[in-house]
Design a protein around this ligand. Sequence first.
Ligand SMILES: [Zn+2]
Length: 267
Amino acid sequence: MPSRPGPSARPKSYSTDAIVLRSVDEGEADRRITLLTPGWGKAQAYVRGARRITSRLGGHLDVLNHSRVSLAVGARWNVVTGAESIASFGRLKQDLDRIAAALYLAELTGAMLPEEAPHPAAYRLLLDALRAIDGGAADDRLTARYLELRLLEDTGYMPELSVCVVCGRAVEPDRHRFAPDMGGVTCDACAVSQGRALPLSLSALKVLRHFARSGMAQGTAISASPALLTELEMLLLSCIHAVLDRDTASGVFIGHLRDMRRRPPRY
Ligand SMILES: [Zn+2]
């Protein structure tokens, strides 16, 4: 389904694979969940009676689950009519640090995507990240940074990593800075004239370029010092901040994301 069809053309039911990004209690026993699907993008749906012990759906729709979901698509609400787990990422959910990393990526992906617009690359990115975190395939921080950069790319905010965003010349090694508000790297001279750029080490620039041209497994198969990990986190969070900040409704959410990085949320 490329986008939500108009009321007359809207099918009554729709079946899709999905990742559960969020789950919010509604009323006495219901839940409203946010799904990320390959063909429909991010979508909200109600799960009637999900919190009842007898619910046959609830257990398949926990946050971070990868499930096969059937939906009744109504004029105003989508309602889940069937669900079956494909993967529940049990190892991930036994480790608070991994839960925190995965929940952050699910929240971030949800925040960056519009409602009901297809983003198959973002779906694939998050699924690959959940599998990597569950399997302990790479340093979770590198997985997170990789997803952040490629999610920026998928949503049209890929930072420029080769030429100065001010003068257009190729940046020279170790004579570069980073200006998230302007969309990428600058030369030292241009950064000074603009007066609002972050330091950017050559190592960080190389890692970002490596992420940009590699799949997740290859992209995260590197070693990075604690200082480099901290720099990458700061650079990418600045980019995300610059994007989400354009939408004032997301402003509050940025603080929420920062908090999630600092202390694992209760699961
Ligand atoms: Zn320049």
